[in-house]
Design a protein around this ligand. Structure first.
Ligand SMILES: NC(=O)c1ccc[n+]([C@@H]2O[C@H](COP(=O)([O-])OP(=O)(O)OC[C@H]3O[C@@H](n4cnc5c(N)ncnc54)[C@H](OP(=O)(O)O)[C@@H]3O)[C@@H](O)[C@H]2O)c1
Length: 316
């Protein structure tokens, strides 16, 4: 806890899904000051705004979560924007961090940076052994360049930058908008709406055969806070739950938990995305004592309950 004492902490993207939980974790650790720069005041794609953000915050510690994100559909429609926004925000943030004498910067990467056919479980050493799955490659590679930047800046300027790779996240306060949502919120919404409307079937994307690993968002936020406090090395670190589930089984489980009893149809004309995703999570455990705690079923139940209490589309 003494790591945070008297420090000025900036959490970019701190009003977003993951960011809101990271802010809760940091606030509980009582830093000197905590700033969440919103995009309306500081467009972090613009160098001048990033410079102003550092001047205004006098940051000691930066946790960089701000990003342009979305599911497979959003990635396919916006490959250029996903590449540019994510690369340029990180490049300015890290460059201005060193110029303004920041003590530590924590950069959040993504599992989409891994090569398409990485042997499971994905080890951090395998990050460079191939090209990512095509639909999310521009996003994944833009973020992977920030790993290179933190490593280069550590070598040349002694900047203490670390790079974390969270697997797919889920939990309350996720984005349930169909145009941008990831698989869990997309399926929860489809099942709840189908049940409410008495629909006979819901359609899920792809074949259902790929596997995914999911980390409850609160666990991810705790992992990020622990890494900020305890980890200071150039090597990237996976943040995951080490639990793999096929999309088919995931959809069945969400149908059961939402009370949807109709048919599930698969639209195989839509992409499956990466065939398999499961992380090796041993480095996070060994280096900063992080292990996921939330049971998957319990995490899904909390997420569904949150929708029922907070989303107009989920209420009768
Ligand atoms: N969700 C996942 O499954 C997942 C998995 C692995 C890694 N990650 C990583 O975790 C981080 C957070 O993801 P998330 O799902 O929480 O995303 P999110 O809810 O969309 O939040 C992203 C935040 O980024 C901010 N932002 C976007 N463009 C900006 C700009 N030009 N200038 C300043 N701020 C900007 C937004 O701030 P405003 O609200 O102020 O506009 C927004 O609150 C991202 O780096 C993402 O790559 C997410």
């Amino acid at each position: 806890m003494s790591f945070w004492q008297g420090k000025s902490v900036v959490v970019t993207g701190g009003a977003g899904f993951l960011g809101s939980y990271v802010v809760e974790q940091i606030r509980a650790r009582k830093p000197g000051r905590l700033l969440v720069p919103r995009s309306a005041q500081y467009d972090l794609r613009k160098e001048g705004d990033v410079v102003r953000m550092y001047e205004d915050s006098d940051a000691d510690v930066v946790i960089h979560l701000a990003a342009t994100v979305g599911g497979i559909g959003a990635n396919r429609r916006n490959p250029g924007r996903f590449f540019y926004d994510n690369a340029i925000m990180g490049i300015h943030l890290i460059e201005q961090a060193r110029l303004s004498g920041v003590e530590k910067i924590v950069v959040i990467g993504t599992v989409c940076a891994y090569p398409k056919f990485t042997p499971a479980p994905f080890k951090e050493e395998d990050l460079w052994k191939g090209y990512p799955e095509e639909t999310n490659a521009p996003y994944g590679l833009a973020k992977k360049m920030l790993l290179v930047q933190t490593q280069a800046y550590r070598r040349q300027y002694g900047l203490s930058g670390i790079f974390l790779i969270p697997v797919n996240l889920y939990g309350p306060r996720d984005n349930f908008e169909p145009a941008v949502s990831h698989v869990i919120p997309a399926i929860i919404r489809k099942c709840i709406e189908a049940r409410r409307q008495g629909a006979e079937s819901v359609t899920a994307w792809g074949t259902g055969r790929p596997t995914r690993e999911f980390l409850y968002v609160e666990d991810a936020a705790r992992g990020i806070a622990l890494a900020a406090e305890r980890y200071d090395k150039p090597a990237p670190v996976n943040l995951g739950s080490a639990r793999e589930i096929s999309i088919k089984d995931l959809v069945k489980l969400i149908a059961e938990l939402t009370g949807y009893e109709g048919r599930i149809e698969w639209d195989a004309s839509q992409p499956d995305g990466q065939p398999r995703r499961k992380l090796d999570t041993s480095r996070a455990r060994e280096e900063f004592g992080f292990e996921a705690q939330t049971d998957f079923r319990e995490g899904l139940e909390r997420t569904i309950r949150w929708c029922q209490n907070n989303c107009s589309w989920a209420r009768g």
